[in-house]
Design a protein around this ligand. Sequence first.
Ligand code: BTN
Length: 233
Amino acid sequence: MIGKTIIRFDSVGSTNNYIKSNSSLLEEGTVVVSKIQTSGRGRSNHSWMSDEGNLYFSFLINGYISRSKIFELLAKVSNTVIRLLRDFNIKSEIKYPNDILIEDKKICGILIESYGALEIDYVVVGVGINVNQLDFRDLNDKATSMKKILGINTEVEQVLEKFIEHYNVLENIPFTEIFNDYLKYSLIIGKRTNYNGETCLIKGITETGKMIIEKSDVIKYINLNEINIKDLF
Ligand code: BTN
């Protein structure tokens, strides 16, 4: 269960970093949320635009998770976002592995970071949801927000509440059901992309999060972190 304890900031470097620095002091499921982030981080060392008006938060998961279960967590978080947006009458899709898109524009990014030597000691899940932002500057053709879709402001706090509510419900739903939903909302399946300089067909995703591609009649299984899908056609 997440959200029993919520730590709120007006401003913080990065909610993921805050949890990482304080992991031994925080209890399992603690949520850290901030109105703005001064060093918001995305995947692949990208920065994450963190202007006021959107939702930036992270939560802590302690110990019990095995490396192979990271995809389960990712699928759960992705489905949580799909469900919460549906509550606001917004239909969204998942771009493997962890972007939530509306009409090809990103509304949410998920950053899952695990720490530990041989075993995972703890995992930090960071989520950024574009709620009330209208101008994304140089990312205007790549990003969207709830306000862009709905035309009205939404309380950021209400979006966080919905996230926590749906996530805690999904904690009690079998992974097979969550996985089926992940596939149902995945926009990459059946599309083509470039992999190692060649065009390949995306056939599916396995229950451990590998992407199944077909290249020159050969099936390959690609690891989550081996690919960053830029073009889909
Ligand atoms: C991505 O799409 O690249 C992932 C973006 C994740 C952004 C969130 S905002 C809250 C949390 N704190 C961070 O520094 N990053 C994540």
